[in-house]
Design a protein around this ligand. Structure first.
Ligand code: SF4
Length: 457
């Protein structure tokens, strides 16, 4: 990539903002959204034949990593998982009672935490419960996240046997100093073993997660991490920005903030990932993903049909997403909904026969329109003016004219270009796509105080 980004440009645009896995973002959802509201949403889709995307949150990890930003909890006891699966089973039956059985699922995702913390019997049990509750489409995207430190070749083959066809491995960084600083020791051979197993088992897409902006990361150490991943040749590499938010995530207090690369130095690490990966056959997708040109994600990005949901970028969006387990998020029938993120509270609610809803939101027509515009921006690097908006069929370009005018001002810094039928994000603008999306966010524009978000780079 040839564009030059100066330190001054980074300093000017580097400000806190959401990642927009949802719009409106979670801090704007309402705590007065209840289980009854969720049941009403489920009843709305019960009368349709829409396909579903299903997410199951498995929060358990052997140890809590210092940098972790996930809803996770550490335990060594397998019976804790058994009791949790009991609650998932009950939650499934409550949802199916409202939704109807045998709904077609085109996307199934186990996230965490560490889904492969489940032992063989637990993994079989959970997949059995899901297959009883839903009809998994033969072409469904069935994915899970795996921690290589506790994975084995046998376990990877088990997941393939259970029907998983996409797998994602957490790596973050291979440098010993970085691994010590983030509380996650992961010798490279552990990653090599599971990636090779996934390839031998016939997974159709293998992803590796990296993180930039970690303590003690340097251009030299990060070059070694990138090269090691290139040698493994996964189909996809996600390169996430480390968000240091110890007020919101107390485990991050163990990270020495003085050793974090910030601002321009942090940006240079991301830039290094782009320059390195795109010269060896990966295409830069959306904000922070890379995929081999042959991967379905890269194909979808080229054809401008990439989508984004809570599970990340996807090519198989279902109209509704339903989440199970603590902290799981649903996106259905024009509502967002989230389960309680406390393990004890989640389990108690289920034991009392309640759906464990903690917050949610019914989206207005304005929310739905802006969500579409932000989705196009984040996935396809454009805002198409001619997009017809339900329910009245207005043009996106007309309804969002003031916001588009504001974004057009970024053309002065060559971040966007205004074309007859769309606003296009330039190569330079891709680095600041969250800044552009924030201009479309009515809640941020109106807010007097911003919730805690991570910085742009
Ligand atoms: S980073 Fe992954 S393995 Fe580490 S605590 Fe968080 S969820 Fe668990």
């Amino acid at each position: 990539m040839s564009v030059e980004i100066t330190r001054e440009t980074i300093d000017r645009y580097n400000r806190p903002g959401p990642r927009y896995t949802s719009y409106p973002t979670v801090p704007h959802w309402s705590n007065s959204f209840t289980a009854d509201d969720y049941l009403a949403a489920l009843a709305d889709i019960a009368v349709t034949h829409d396909s579903l995307s299903v997410y199951v949150h498995l929060p358990f990890c052997a140890e809590r990593c210092a940098y972790c930003g996930c809803n996770a909890t550490s335990t060594r006891r397998p019976d804790v998982v058994d009791h949790y699966l009991d609650r998932i089973e009950r939650e499934l039956s409550m949802v199916i009672a409202a939704l109807g059985s045998n709904r077609r699922v085109v996307q199934l995702h186990w996230g965490g935490g560490t889904p492969n913390f489940l032992n063989e019997a637990q993994s079989r049990r959970l997949m059995g419960m899901l297959r009883t509750a839903f009809t998994l489409d033969p072409a469904a995207e069935v994915a899970l996240e795996v921690d290589p430190r506790i994975g084995s070749r046998e376990q990877i083959f088990l997941f393939r046997e259970l029907g998983f066809n996409r797998i994602s491995f957490g790596v973050q960084d291979i440098a010993p100093a970085v691994q010590v600083a983030i509380g996650r020791i992961q010798p490279l051979h552990q990653t090599e073993t599971v990636v090779k197993a996934a390839r031998d088992a016939g997974f159709c897409s293998i992803n590796i997660d990296l993180v930039y902006g970690l303590p003690y990361q340097t251009p030299t150490s990060f070059a070694a991490t990138l090269q090691a991943m290139i040698d493994l040749r996964p189909d996809r590499i996600a390169c996430f920005s480390y968000a240091h938010l110890p007020q919101a995530r107390p485990n991050q207090k163990r990270v020495d903030a003085r050793q974090l690369p910030t601002g321009y130095e942090k940006f240079q690490l991301f830039r290094q990932a782009i320059d390195t990966l795109t010269t060896v056959g990966y295409e830069w997708i959306g904000m922070d993903h890379f995929a081999l040109a042959s991967d379905e994600l890269a194909v979808a990005a080229r054809e401008r049909r990439l989508q984004r949901n809570f599970m990340g970028y996807t090519v198989l969006p279902a109209p509704h997403q339903i989440g199970f387990g603590m902290s799981a998020i649903g996106d259905l029938a024009g509502r967002y909904v989230q389960n309680d993120a406390g393990l004890g509270r989640y389990q108690r609610a289920i034991d009392e026969g309640q759906l464990p809803i903690i917050r949610g939101m019914r989206l207005s027509d304005d929310d739905l329109m802006r969500r579409q515009a932000i989705m196009h921006l984040m996935c396809n690097l454009e805002v198409p003016f001619d997009l017809a908006l339900p329910p009245y069929g207005d043009r996106l370009g007309d309804v969002l004219a003031p916001e588009i005018e504001r974004i057009a001002a970024y053309a002065a810094d060559d971040l966007v270009a205004i074309e007859p039928h769309r606003l296009r994000v330039t190569e330079r603008g891709r680095f600041f796509i969250r800044n552009l999306a924030m201009e479309l966010d009515r809640y941020l524009q109106q807010a007097t105080e911003r919730p805690v978000f991570s910085s742009t780079v």
